[in-house]
Write a protein that binds this ligand. Structure first.
Ligand code: GCB
Length: 600
């Protein structure tokens, strides 16, 4: 190899190594319970529509201020706007309404180096690509808008004031997850909490404590410590169930957990949670965990061994009245109280993992959850970096939520085209990966590629072979007119697996009235009749085990252009953009008031 070539290879290697070091590290489990200082507050921002701040000639992250008389810099955080963190950018300033580019954030905090302590910067989420700088040095990046990431900053802080600068860019990415096309508002910025987390040198990094697959009385999983150089003692306690386990980790800090326990099982009617304490010599962490068993038998879904019908509703992470992303406990409570009132026992957090407050609140309120990776419609399945991103996002979701018993299914994707090159293999690989990290839950995906033949609707997709639970998104009566009367339509599935209608719906503007048989009337009456017709059809499907209409509330979508009825909103909500109930709400509520809405 020539000298020139050698240098080039070396440089490339250095660049690659640098990239690896700087991508976010695995984040710790159960962040709410860690010792932390919240960095939620007003952050200074710079709006950078052409993303020039990152260029070396601008290097905005250096945050320079003129010293000499002859100096000037064409940026400054001082004197500029401030935005709330957490909070999407788009709802905070009118000029950012449909903004899809870069925002720079700045926040200072005071720290002291402490021996025996470690410090982490933890972001619950930022949408979509994030670069983080501490005291003008880059400490890492993250791609993906709905999962947490953390960076250790123990050796990087100064005593006294430290400055964090964050670049968040929400431009749609052709090879991203999701890619460029989706029917929701692309809320950007630091949308969820930011925390400064302190741990001891050896700390509890991760644990997985759930019922073993197929069991109602054996708990299994693991505890993993970080910073370990030799075997350590670990305790797992569930005082109420009189569990007091003492384990020894291996030299890498890993200890397998397995014990029998007599437990009151979690279900929507009995959302029982147990306090769990996990400790090692230098750290302890607690949280509430529930135990339940979820499996399928033929076309049945069994919760704790009993057949269950999923009375669901889809929810976007948005508060319509505020026209903003939901993030807080009170946001979760508002959305879930509506779902409770509707009679639901199940929610689909479409189309991406919602904030942790929402998932924990749903668990306490007794909702089963379908949680989805944002592999939405057509993405670059044939590109390796995109496949890696699909898998990475899946791992991050499972890492965050694997102890939430309310999550009964990980959904790999929504409405992906069979024709897309490598799609079936890439998603089947995700399912395999998912089972290898968590085999206790069902694996699902939502499909819209159904076949229509005469009065038959046929479910057929080779990807279904890799899944446990089939979600079907059908819009008969809206995008596809009723081709037969609802009581004549026959659904056929060649898979001995449970099916849920993971989406169906139509649009109506609240308080707009018109004929019940004219779709273009956008009327509550059309929507009311649509729900009645859907229910007639759905009740006749022998293998149907759940219904999950699209959607709880009207949501913002810049794709929806009708100047009178939509005005930038998707109007398929059972509730309006102000939370008012449309007529169809009452049809669904009556359906869900039955213990088993579908007798099969
Ligand atoms: C779908 C998508 C969902 C859309 C919905 C609609 O199939 O999964 O994201 O919002 O249809 O309203 O068209």
């Amino acid at each position: 190899m020539s000298m020139k070539k050698r240098i080039r290879t070396l440089l490339l290697l250095l660049v690659l190594l640098n990239c690896t070091f700087l991508s976010a590290q695995d984040f710790m489990t159960n962040i709410p319970a860690r010792k932390q200082t919240s960095l939620n507050s007003k952050w200074q921002v710079i709006i950078d529509p052409y993303d020039v701040g990152i260029k070396s000639w601008k290097a905005l992250y250096k945050d320079k201020k003129p010293v000499e008389k002859s100096e000037f810099y064409e940026y400054s955080f001082d004197g500029g706007p401030v935005l709330d963190v957490p909070g999407d950018i788009n709802s905070q300033l009118p000029e950012l309404k449909n903004y899809e580019s870069t925002i720079w954030y700045k926040k200072t905090f005071v720290a002291q180096k402490q021996s025996g302590k470690r410090l982490f910067l933890y972001f619950d989420a930022a949408n979509y690509s994030t670069d983080v700088f501490l005291n003008s040095e880059k400490i890492g990046s993250h791609e993906g808008g709905f999962t947490p990431f953390q960076f250790e900053i123990t050796d990087k802080i100064k005593n006294g004031e430290n400055s964090i600068i964050v670049r968040v860019n929400n431009e749609r990415q052709k090879d991203g997850v999701p890619a460029t096309g989706y029917d929701w508002m692309n809320y950007g910025g630091i949308t969820r909490d930011v925390r400064l987390v302190e741990t001891s040198s050896v700390y509890i990094d991760d644990y997985f404590i759930q019922l073993e697959k197929g069991s109602k009385n054996v708990v299994s999983g693991y505890v993993k410590l970080a910073g370990v150089t030799s075997a350590q003692e670990v305790k797992v306690q569930i005082p109420e169930a009189k569990i007091n386990l003492v384990l020894k980790t291996n030299a890498e800090g890993y200890a397998a957990v397995k014990f029998p326990a007599k437990l009151s099982l979690w279900s929507p009617k009995n959302p029982k949670l147990y306090k769990i304490n996990i400790s090692c010599e230098s750290d302890k962490v607690s949280e509430e965990i529930g135990f339940r068993n979820i499996e399928t038998k033929g076309t049945d879904i069994l919760l704790n061994g009993e057949s269950v019908f999923l009375k669901g509703v889809n929810i976007h992470e948005e508060i319509p009245q505020r026209k903003g992303r939901a993030y807080s406990e009170s946001d979760g409570l508002m959305l879930l109280t509506w779902a409770k009132e509707l009679g639901c026992n199940f929610i689909r957090t479409a189309h991406y993992p919602h904030n942790e407050n929402m998932v924990r609140m749903a668990e306490r309120m007794g909702f089963m959850i379908w949680e989805e990776v944002p592999v939405f419609q057509s993405i670059s399945f044939d590109k390796e970096p995109t496949q890696q991103l699909m898998n990475l996002q899946l791992k991050e979701i499972v890492r965050r939520d694997k102890n939430r018993c309310s999550i009964i299914t990980w959904s790999m994707a929504n409405e992906t085209p069979q024709s897309s090159k490598n799609r079936t293999q890439a998603i089947a690989d995700m399912a395999t990966l998912c089972r290898s990290i968590d085999n206790t839950r069902l694996i699902s995906a939502a499909f819209n590629n159904i076949k229509y033949e005469g009065n038959k609707v046929i479910i057929e997709d080779e990807l279904i072979n890799s899944l446990d639970l089939i979600g079907i998104n059908e819009y008969i009566g809206w995008y596809k007119p009723w081709f037969k009367s609802p009581s004549e339509i026959e659904w056929v599935s060649n898979y001995n697996k449970p099916v849920i209608m993971s989406e169906f719906g139509c649009e109506a503007l609240y308080d707009n009235h018109g004929p019940s048989d004219v779709a273009s009337s956008w009327s509550e009456e059309y929507m009311e009749q649509f729900y009645k017709d859907q229910i007639t059809m759905l009740q006749r499907i022998p293998f149907l085990r759940g219904t999950c209409p699209w959607i709880l509330a009207d949501f913002q979508s810049p794709l929806r252009l009708h100047p009178i009825y939509q005005k930038g909103w998707n109007r398929k909500g059972l509730l309006s953009d102000k939370g008012e109930k449309k007529k169809a709400w009452y049809v669904l509520k009556a359906f869900y008031s039955k213990e088993k809405p579908v007798q099969n």
